[in-house]
Design a protein around this ligand. Structure first.
Ligand code: GLU
Length: 309
C-alpha cells in the first residue's frame, strides 16, 4: 500500500486537514505501506509557498512522517500535466469552453446529488467557425468529454459506489481559462506517477473518485483503493472551515505545549479510543482500526479545544 496526503495550502491547516492527514497516515502505516506528502498548490494566487512550508512544519510537529524525500509541489509540475493534457487532446477528448459562471449556474442547470452543477455540453457542439469568433472575445477553459458510462467502486468506508459520468458530472474542466490545470487532471497524474494505491480523504471528494477513475484508466494507471472519511461539521451543521479560528493549527499550536492532546482528541473522534486522552501519533498507530471510524459526519463543538488544555 502507498498512501498519501495531498493538501492545498490556501491557508494554515485546520482541524479537518489534520484529521485527514492522521487518518491517511494511520491507514498507510498500519498496512505496512509508505505514506507520501504532496502539495496541491496548482493555483499560485490562492496557494503561496509560505502556507505550504507551514504544512511541512505542522505535520512534523504532529509526528506525522512522510516517506518521500522530495515533496512534490504541483506548481512545479506544469510540464508533466501538459504531456498528459496532450494525450487527451490527441484522443479528441478535449474542447474549448467559453461558458461564463453565470451561464453555468442558470436556474434550470442540472445538479448532481451533492449540489454541483452538471455541465450539459453547450460548447461541445460549437463549430470551428463559432470557436474562432468566441476566441476573439474570451479565452476558453478546456473540458474533457466524459462518456455516458457507469463507474463502480467499493469505498473502504462507504461501501459500493455507482456514478454515471455523464449524469453525475458531465464534461469536466481540465484546464482553466487562465491556463491553470484543474485538480481532477493533476491529482490523477500525480497519484498515478507516485504509485499511490490508497487514497484516504474527506467524503466531500467521494464523487470525484468517478472522473478520477476514468482518467486513471484513460492514462493507463491502476486506480487506487478509496477510503473516504466522514466530514467534520460545526454544531450548526456547516462544514468546518478555515474561518473557524478554534480549528486553525496556528491557534492550536499557540495554546498547546505539544500535539498529544490534539492527537488524542482526533483518535477519539475517529472512534479509536473511548475518551480523549493525550497520546502521540506513534502510540495511536498500533491501536488503529479503520472499522471503528464513524459512518456519519462528526460534530465539533466550538469550544472543543478548551478541553485539550
Ligand atoms: N488537495 C485537495 C484538498 O486539499 C485534496 C485532494 C485529494 O485528496 O484528492 O482538498
Amino acid at each position: 500500500m502507498t498512501g498519501r496526503f495531498a493538501p492545498s495550502p490556501s491557508g494554515r491547516m485546520h482541524l479537518g486537514n489534520i484529521y485527514t492527514a492522521l487518518a491517511a497516515w494511520l491507514c498507510a502505516k498500519q498496512s505496512g505501506g509508505d505514506f507520501f506528502l504532496r502539495i496541491e498548490d496548482l493555483d499560485p494566487m490562492r496557494c503561496p509557498r509560505s502556507f505550504a512550508d507551514l504544512i511541512l512544519s505542522d505535520l512534523e510537529w504532529l509526528g506525522i512522517t512522510w516517506d518521500n524525500p522530495e515533496v512534490p509541489y504541483q506548481s512545479d509540475r506544469t510540464e508533466i500535466y501538459e504531456q498528459y493534457y496532450q494525450k487527451l487532446y490527441k484522443e479528441g477528448l478535449l474542447y474549448p469552453c467559453f461558458c461564463s459562471r453565470a451561464q453555468l449556474h442558470v436556474a434550470d442547470a442540472p445538479h448532481a446529488s451533492d449540489g454541483r452543477v452538471v455541465y450539459t455540453g453547450t460548447c461541445r457542439r460549437l463549430t470551428a467557425e463559432e470557436i474562432r469568433e468566441k476566441e476573439k472575445r474570451r479565452s476558453p477553459a478546456t473540458r474533457c468529454i466524459l462518456p455516458d458510462r457507469e463507474i463502480c467502486f467499493t469505498d473502504g468506508h462507504f461501501g459500493l459506489q455507482v456514478f454515471n459520468l455523464a449524469r453525475d458530472w458531465g464534461d469536466i474542466i481540465i484546464r482553466r481559462s487562465d491556463g491553470v490545470f484543474a485538480y481532477q487532471l493533476a491529482v490523477t497524474i500525480d497519484d498515478g506517477l507516485m504509485g499511490v494505491s490508497q487514497v484516504v480523504r474527506g467524503s466531500d471528494l467521494l464523487s470525484s473518485a468517478a472522473p478520477q477513475i476514468y482518467l486513471f484508466q484513460t492514462f493507463g494507471f491502476q486506480p487506487p483503493e478509496y477510503f473516504h472519511l466522514p466530514l467534520l461539521i460545526t454544531q450548526e451543521g456547516a462544514r468546518l472551515a478555515k474561518r473557524d479560528k478554534a480549528a486553525d493549527l496556528g491557534f492550536l499550536r499557540q495554546q498547546l505545549a505539544g500535539p498529544e492532546p490534539l492527537i488524542g482528541y482526533l483518535a477519539w473522534i475517529l472512534g479509536q479510543i473511548n475518551k480523549p486522552e493525550p497520546m502521540t501519533a506513534a502510540e495511536l498507530l498500533p491501536l488503529f482500526d479503520d472499522k471503528k471510524i464513524p459512518g456519519h459526519d462528526i460534530v465539533i463543538p466550538g469550544d472543543y479545544w478548551e478541553k485539550l488544555l
